[in-house]
Design a protein around this ligand. Structure first.
Ligand code: TYM
Length: 339
């Protein structure tokens, strides 16, 4: 992240909100992909706690979950020696740039955000301005680091689009200030679906815990949830991504494909002619075996508070140094006195 020459590695920024439990969707759609990218790119990954407070949080819980998320990143294979790992709220540049970008974002475009519509329907008693300007803070997160690529799940692509629009609008007025980022999706697993309503995405805020797999669930609970996943009455194992009736089976095939480094089509061919019970059993085993080593690492790391603190403190320092360069440039461009 530090190199300045023209042949610098491309930069990556991404993050997860420490609200609620981290799901298999977060892992397969995002974190797992980051692990694969960290050697090739300069990466910064953050715990997006400022985004979390757009929905009411219990303070002690949020604090605890932020550290748990850091431990989980590392347990999943993110190497703190290679990547910058930090807590969003520990770098004030995010809030500062967010304010400036607010002045370059239109109400109309924020109004179109599907996540805003969904979340305001869900939290009708707390439709706060932060929920509305959430994508602007997200744009600040990305643009501060001049990120080229943002590896996320499909549900975040609309936010990447608005980030690009804001950056292009700013650049059109002030010259080349921001790198225009691109979203990066995994081939399979970019949208893991709910196990109970497979036409909806798997979400940590789902009221029905059977709908999602938490990375912290007991292994027998994980297996049980997969075995009771909703499928269809056709009884045919086939991957038909455009067929809503097959949403449950498509989802199981996609999960299996990521866990076994295969494709949903190949997994379907492997289980052709067999019952859903067999497929579910195999998926359950693959998921449990995939999560088992992560959990062992997590249990070890989470106990070492001093180690975690060392990482996020160092991360905040480096992140601040990089972000400050962009922020200063922006402040200068818009006419703030900066010396
Ligand atoms: P969040 O915390 O909701 O989710 C974290 C990441 O997990 C992905 N994801 C999924 N992928 C596949 N299937 C699913 N069912 C699934 N559910 C979630 C998300 O797409 C995301 O990549 N706004 C972001 C956090 C954020 C951020 C950023 C991300 C804040 N600033 C800057 C990238 C860059 C969010 O709420 O993600």
């Amino acid at each position: 992240m530090e190199t300045q020459n023209t042949e610098r590695k491309k930069r990556i920024f991404s993050g997860v909100q420490p609200s609620g439990t981290i799901t298999l969707g977060n892992y397969l759609g995002a974190i797992r992909n980051w692990v694969a990218l960290q050697d090739e790119y300069d990466c910064a990954f953050a715990m997006m706690d400022m985004h979390s407070i757009t929905v009411r949080q219990t303070p002690a819980e949020l604090r605890k979950r932020t550290l748990e998320l850091l431990a989980l990143y590392i347990a999943c294979g993110i190497d703190p020696e290679k990547c910058i790992l930090f807590i969003q709220s520990q770098n004030s540049a995010h809030a500062e740039l967010s304010w400036v970008l607010n002045c370059f974002t239109y109400m109309g475009e924020l109004n179109r955000m599907t996540q805003f519509k969904d979340k305001s329907a869900k939290h009708a008693d707390n439709i706060n301005a932060g929920l509305f300007t959430y994508p602007v803070l997200m744009a600040a997160d990305i643009l501060l680091y001049q990120a080229d690529l943002v590896p996320v799940g499909k549900d975040q692509m609309q936010h990447i689009e608005i980030c690009r629009d804001i950056a292009q609008r700013f650049n059109a007025v002030y010259g080349n200030v921001f790198t225009i980022p691109e979203g990066l999706l995994v081939k399979s697993g970019a949208k893991i679906m709910s196990l109970q309503e497979p036409t909806k995405k798997m979400s940590k805020s789902d009221e029905n815990p059977k709908a999602f797999i938490s990375m912290m669930d007991d292994f027998n609970v994980i297996a049980k949830k997969i075995k009771s996943a909703v499928t269809d009455s056709e009884g045919v194992i086939e991957y038909r991504p455009d067929d809503e009736n097959k949403a449950g089976v498509n989802n199981l095939l996609s999960i299996m494909a990521v866990m076994t480094d295969s494709t949903p089509e190949k997994v379907a061919a492997l289980y052709e002619g067999q019952g859903y019970g067999t497929l579910k059993g195999a998926v359950a085993e693959a998921v449990v075996e995939g999560i088992r080593p992560i959990r062992a690492e997590y249990d070890r790391i989470i106990k070492d508070k001093a180690y975690l603190q060392g990482i996020y403190r160092q991360g905040a320092e480096t992140a601040h140094r990089i972000a400050d360069r962009t922020l200063k440039k922006v402040y200068k461009k818009v006419g703030f006195v900066i010396d």
